[in-house]
Write a protein that binds this ligand. Structure first.
Ligand code: SGN
Ligand code: CA
Length: 555
């Protein structure tokens, strides 16, 4: 045999070996049942991280190579959503597996019902070691957590304060790096090797006022980003709620606090603090930097603002909208850059220590966010950009790498999913559905075809009216029921940007009738009723009058 045929034979042999290894691996993956060994679980959540700002979902704004690693090695949900698009309520739903009217935290003002069981309590009882670092946003002593270091309320970007098991501390540095330092320090130095763990690593970034790490100032303030199709939406074709909401980039964003125009320049240009807390918001974040951080900030932001000051007198409303959109994206995406780097630090650590092999890694946000779509920032509405949330999960040898799932899954489902993965029985009163069948690839066992949504925080900041809704793959039917009585229907397939309310279009009469019935059934199934709405509203208005009723302020 000549060398050529030997090498041919050798490559053939190699191919056979590779194919058989692959099919062995595939056999392992398609086991379609839970492994006997209890996994570790890391739940990473960022605050207000829009799926549009993750390259696994959309590549037109930013590259997030580290977050994408979770998608490449696991499952990406493209229709994951929340039951109420606002911070503390979403977190309470995640921890309890219940809708907001049941756990009590219907909005950022209203208190959490402390008698509710949270899933970390059940894990702790079942022998898991539990820890939480970062933003929780309500309650100073998270239930069922052995060790915690949580930001106080919304937290701060620079040199933030933390509430810990041992009291209050202030840590010098940038919040996203610090939260990951705490996470890694716990894994390296305080993990009990004899127990599986449940670890929460929850970022404050990219929450308003979107302040990046000093190392990203220069790069991100030079970038410019593609505008969304609906940046100049005039809300024609929508209801009163979209028209009266106060979250437009041009008219409702703070100049100093959000766009980072220096307060003295506002005065020079005759721009007023229309929100009443703009100057305070600037001071709250920028004023907190130490002299070194502030010097880096000034060296980049001051010349940029001097330049704006020169342009401003000649800018029309369209120019201003475009400028404010770019400014917003520079800071928001600058925050995402450090979130992504820190996700990378964690994934690297898990690989280096081989901890990754038996660890489920989840990446999500507490809701979606508008990145200029419909001219907006913030969230709250049931419209897609705020209703949907990123959800990526990896679990080596259990979840097939690189799969995409389009089912309607919700933050309501996380508790039952994690409990089932840990072989712990979920209490009967949890209202979600475990995602384990979808993680294992047993998609035929998944039967849900609609989800329920209810937003409450009104009257309040951003003035988004109260509404509840039913959402299916094809349609979205919402009822804005407080101080208006308006229904909206969107055809999700034909009108993905949700620009036309077709509630009165005769072609949709049957759809409306069917969905209204299905919505009433869902409300009954979850125990949400109009009478309860009235009670909650009454208490909410009382709570607004009495600031002592809750530790979390409106803004
Ligand atoms: C603050 C923000 C709002 C934001 C709420 C709730 N204003 O009030 O824009 O909607 O938080 O956010 S700020 O000027 O104080 O930043 S949530 O994530 O906590 O629900
Ligand atoms: Ca949030």
């Amino acid at each position: 045999m000549n060398t050529k045929s030997v090498s041919k034979l050798l490559s053939l042999f190699l191919v056979v070996v590779m194919v058989s290894c692959k099919s062995k691996e595939a056999q392992q993956i398609v086991k379609k049942e839970l492994p006997a060994q209890r996994p570790n679980i890391i739940f990473m959540m960022s605050d207000d991280h829009a799926y549009q700002a993750i390259s696994a979902y959309s590549d037109h704004l930013i590259e997030t190579p580290n977050i994408d690693r979770i998608a490449n090695e696991g499952i990406k949900f493209t229709n994951a959503c929340v039951s109420n698009s606002i911070c503390a309520p979403s977190r309470a739903t995640i921890l309890t597996g219940k809708h907001c009217h049941v756990h009590g935290k219907v909005d950022n003002v209203f208190p959490f019902d402390e008698s509710q069981t949270t899933f970390p309590q059940l894990m702790q009882k079942a022998g898991y070691q539990t820890a939480m670092f970062g933003k929780l946003h309500f309650g100073n002593n998270p239930k069922g957590i052995d060790e915690f270091k949580i930001l106080s309320g919304q937290g701060q970007y620079y040199n933030p304060d933390f509430i810990t098991n041992e009291g209050k501390i202030t840590v010098e540095g940038y919040v996203t790096d610090i939260i990951m330092d705490m996470t890694l320090d716990w894994l390296e130095n305080r993990r009990d090797e004899n127990k599986p763990f449940m670890l929460f690593s929850m970022q404050k970034a990219p929450h308003r006022e979107w302040l990046p790490a000093p190392r990203h100032f220069k790069e991100y303030t030079k970038k410019s980003f593609v505008e969304p199709e609906t940046l100049f939406d005039d809300y024609e074709g929508r209801g009163t709620a979209a028209k009266t909401a106060e979250m437009n980039l041009l008219t409702h964003m703070n100049w100093a606090g959000d766009s980072k125009l220096y307060p003295e320049m506002m005065a020079q240009l005759g721009i007023e603090d229309t929100s009443g807390w703009d100057l305070e918001a600037f001071e709250r974040e920028v004023g907190r930097m130490n002299p070194e951080q502030r010097a880096v900030w000034d060296s980049v932001y001051r010349p940029m603002m001097e330049d704006f000051k020169k342009q401003y007198p000649n800018m029309n409303q369209t120019d201003l909208m475009k400028w404010r959109y770019q400014r917003y994206m520079q800071d928001y995406l600058g925050c995402i850059a450090s979130v992504d780097e820190n996700v990378g630090r964690l994934l690297d650590y898990l690989e280096e220590t081989k901890l990754d092999e038996n660890t489920i890694v989840i990446y999500t946000s507490d809701q979606g966010f508008y990145l200029g779509e419909h001219g907006w920032f913030d969230k709250r509405f049931v419209y897609d950009e705020s209703f949907k949330t990123p959800l990526l999960i990896k679990w080596p040898n259990v979840i097939e790498p690189g799969i995409t799932n389009t089912e309607m899954v919700q933050n309501l489902d996380f508790a039952q999913t994690i409990l089932e993965a840990a072989h712990i029985e979920a209490p009967d009163d949890m209202q979600g559905e475990s995602l384990i069948p979808l993680l294992l690839g047993n998609d035929d066992q998944w039967t849900r075809d609609a989800v329920y949504y209810h937003y409450y925080e009104y009257p309040g900041i951003h003035m988004v009216k109260r509404h509840y809704a039913i959402i299916t793959q094809d349609y979205k039917l919402a009822h804005f029921y407080y101080d208006v009585d308006e229904w909206e229907l969107y055809d999700r397939k034909k009108d993905p940007n949700e620009m036309t309310n077709v509630i009165n279009d005769p072609a949709y009469a049957d759809v409306v009738q069917k969905l209204k019935k299905q919505l009433a059934d869902l409300r009954e199934q979850y125990g949400d009723s109009s009478q309860l709405d009235q009670e909650i509203l009454k208490k909410y208005l009382e709570a607004q009058e009495n600031p002592n009723i809750e530790t979390v302020p409106l803004h």
